[in-house]
Write a protein that binds this ligand. Structure first.
Ligand code: T4K
Length: 391
């Protein structure tokens, strides 16, 4: 890339893109290939490919230890883990969730004929606002699902107080929060249950995968049964269930990637600081900070484009895409603006002013182990030239 970038150097003005190949948000972090291939050899030798195999059991034990919980029930993906947790908790009627989250949080309810009721977020933290949650409770409400968005803890203690006061169940979508803490306590044991995602794009991945974490023995047992068609033993089914199992080769990927998590955190943190420095002082541009007193995985670089920025968020996205930088507008436009919710609740947005504001100003930038400092300077240079004199 050119040393001093000028507006005419932007690809959107006919120049070649800054990057020959796309830089993606969500590029997978991958541990040792040799170790993975070794595990695959072991799996073939054992001829045990699925159904509670040794790789799965080891992975579950290690993840439970890492998160300080008694039970980790690994599953084929985070969405199925959410659905099974919701069902095992016997949620019904209405459940309060943020709209500012990945669509899976809402769909996991709707899929089971439960109404997701969208509550607004705190515009500073992007997490559920407890006062907004309180205002959405009705006689049909049975639960609350908090989301630890970007891996930053949702206000678990305040949500628990509301749940206790109203006799509601509380669980968390912790898809972003592998290894993170809230008020010094590792995420994983807040509420009745917390659900992780191990999708390819996540801080820790197993290609696809997910898990429910809990300290509740009965709940854990119910989720284990539901994950495997309700089989309690050979030939004996005692519960309705589905196929939510994680296969051995996937668990092997998890065991390998667990060894790499410190390196991924170091890379993500270094990238976060590099972005912070390169983007500092730009009008209307800010980066969502991670609380350094907590454990963070720094998996998301969340840039916010404020009203005082001379160019719009969408113009920034358009320019980055032209430069082969595949930044994302996560989680625009908010679940309430997607189907079927948009049609079911056409006026939901009236109760969600902060959700609308935040969804309109966020740009998530590429990070992870595939990004180096030079790439980050170049991404920042594109944003800088656009914001300072490219409008
Ligand atoms: N709750 C929350 C809060 C979540 O964020 C998610 C998942 C869930 C629940 C559900 O968990 P899972 O059922 O997925 O385990 C992606 C992911 O598919 C999704 O897992 C994730 N959240 C969400 C935040 O991001 P999309 O629609 O953005 O995917 P896509 O195909 O556009 O890919 C995202 C980026 O990653 C692209 O820039 C390409 C890049 N990528 C992707 C894959 C799969 C790669 O470079 N390599 C890859 O292998 O949803």
């Amino acid at each position: 890339m050119k040393p001093i970038l000028k507006p005419q150097d932007l690809a959107i003005n006919g120049a070649p893109p800054a990057f020959e190949y796309p830089l993606h948000v969500g590029r997978p972090n991958i541990g040792s290939r040799e170790a993975f291939m070794h595990h695959v050899g072991e799996i073939f030798d054992h001829r045990w490919l699925s159904n509670n195999g040794p790789m799965l059991q080891k992975l579950e034990q290690r993840i439970a230890e890492l998160h300080g919980v008694r039970h980790c029930i690994a599953m084929c993906n985070g969405t199925i883990a959410l659905e099974i947790a919701i069902r095992a908790l016997k949620l019904e009627g209405e459940v309060i969730v943020p709209s500012y989250t990945f669509i899976a949080t809402a769909h996991a309810l709707n899929w089971q004929a439960i109404t997701p009721v969208f509550a607004d977020i705190d515009p500073v933290t992007h997490n559920l606002d407890p006062a907004a949650v309180r205002s959405m409770i009705t006689p049909r409400t049975t639960g609350i699902i908090g989301v630890h968005l970007w891996g930053r803890g949702a206000p678990a203690d305040e949500l628990q107080a509301i749940a206790d006061e109203h006799g509601l169940k509380l669980m968390f979508d912790a898809a972003h929060a592998f290894g993170c803490s809230y008020k010094g306590k590792t995420i994983g044991s807040f509420g009745a249950c917390e659900v992780l995602s191990f999708h390819a794009t996540k801080f820790f991945n197993t290609f696809e995968g997910g898990a429910a974490l809990t300290n509740d023995d009965e709940l854990a047992e119910a989720m284990r049964l539901m994950r495997n068609f309700g089989f309690v033993s050979i030939d004996k089914v005692v519960h309705p269930g589905t196929n939510g199992k994680m296969i051995e080769v996937v668990a092997a990927m998890g065991l390998v990637n667990l060894e790499a998590i410190d390196d991924v955190i170091a890379a993500n943190r270094r990238n976060h600081l590099a972005y912070r420095e390169s983007l500092s002082g730009l009008p209307g541009i800010s980066l969502l900070a991670y609380d350094e007193t907590e454990r963070n995985n720094y998996q998301y670089v969340v840039m916010e484009v404020g009203e005082n920025c001379p160019v719009s968020r969408d113009r920034i996205i358009e320019t980055l895409h032209a430069e082969n930088i595949r930044a994302r507008k996560y989680f625009w436009p908010g679940c309430h603006n997607m189907q079927p919710y948009r049609e079911l609740y056409p006026h939901a947005g009236l109760m969600l002013p902060n959700t609308q504001k935040v969804a309109d100003r966020v740009v998530v930038l590429p990070t992870g182990t595939t990004m180096d400092q030079g790439m980050i300077s170049d991404v920042a240079a594109v944003i800088r030239v656009l914001v300072t004199d490219g409008s």
